[in-house]
Design a protein around this ligand. Structure first.
Ligand code: FAD
Length: 293
């Protein structure tokens, strides 16, 4: 299928893009990598009257370290994040997770900003954003505001980004140099959307005990979620297989995944249990290795 007719606008600066967004309001949509929006338009599930193509806004395409955070411009392509040495040294969880997004052709075009704005509950980058407690900068023609991860993602394919706002950048707190990390997901086919995805960051004591952990899961609710109760239980825990499996069991019993044509709730619960146990084991091993460096 082909999309309904639309007006195509190609601003040369962020200011021009913001002015166009202010003029056209909800009738307009931003076009970034087009990897989610264009299929939706072709299927006529979305039909903007005006398409504002931001691909010429080079100022939104950057990766830098600033004030203890990795700052990623909204137009940064997935492959740029994947190959960034800076991202790998400041925030290696995001480098690990972005490799799971689709396949190389998708990662060549898709952008970090597009992934957050699209807000697919199974997507990898929103999960990392929530797990690490990131913030997003949103600009309109007359204001700029910063929104925390928990407030940005409101539901499946729904965010706090207003029609006149442009996502400018994403800030991810720098991970401690000795923190271990792991990302795992299960999808039915190579490059397909995850049924369930899990991310973890863990610091360990010299004894090997868990010092602190961050744990996030996607695909089991309307948005990716952090698991603060399980994180609190992990602090000070012995890193045994049994402890990690008990914690994974606890997560599986507390989540409330849905059933659809792709998988039953019971299967998603089973995946959650297996993947949580795996990321806890892997992030612990990663933390030991990074401490030893
Ligand atoms: C075959 C296939 C497989 C895929 N597999 C995965 C996968 O495994 N994991 C995954 O996460 N994604 C996957 N994707 C989607 C891909 O990651 C997209 O790149 C991403 O979801 C959207 O990024 P984009 O830059 O393409 O955004 P677009 O498609 O251009 O836009 C998506 C939405 O975000 C809005 N938007 C974009 N940029 C901004 C901005 N700066 N400010 C405000 N709003 C904005 C647009 O208006 C639109 O509503 C897949 C896509 C395809 C086609």
């Amino acid at each position: 299928m082909k999309p309904r007719p639309f007006h195509y606008l190609e601003p040369a600066s962020s200011d021009e893009a913001l002015a166009l967004l202010a003029d056209h309001g909800p009738a307009a949509r931003i076009l970034a990598g087009g990897q989610s929006l264009v299929p939706l338009m072709n299927m006529r599930l979305v039909h903007p009257q005006v398409l504002i193509d931001v691909n010429r806004l080079a100022a939104l395409e950057f990766i830098r370290q600033e004030d203890g955070a990795l700052v990623v411009g909204a137009l940064t392509r997935h492959y740029q994040l994947e190959s960034s040495q800076l991202a790998r040294s400041v925030c290696p969880l995001v480098s690990e997770a972005v490799r799971w997004v689709g396949y190389p052709a998708i990662r060549m075009r898709g952008t970090f900003g597009g992934s957050l704005a699209h807000a697919d509950p199974t997507a990898e980058l929103p999960l990392v954003f929530v797990c690490l407690g990131g913030t997003a900068t949103l600009a309109a023609h007359d204001r700029t505001r910063t929104v925390a991860a928990a407030d940005l993602l409101r539901g499946p394919f729904t965010t706090a980004i207003a029609p006149a706002e442009l996502l400018i950048d994403v800030r991810l707190p720098a991970m401690p140099a000795t923190a271990g990390y792991a990302f795992q997901e299960y999808s039915r086919r190579y490059g397909g959307a995850a049924l369930v995805a899990v991310a973890a960051v863990m610091e360990v004591e010299a004894s090997g005990k868990v010092a602190s952990a961050r744990l996030g899961i996607g695909g089991v609710g309307p948005t990716p979620i952090r698991l603060p109760e399980e994180e609190a239980l992990l602090a000070g825990a012995e890193p045994t297989e049994e402890a990690f499996h008990d914690l994974a069991q606890r997560v599986a019993s507390r989540i409330d995944p849905g059933s659809d044509v792709h998988a039953s709730a019971a299967f998603r619960r089973q995946l959650a249990r297996a993947l949580v146990a795996r990321v806890l084991t892997d992030s612990h091993a990663s933390a030991l290795a990074r401490r030893a460096q």
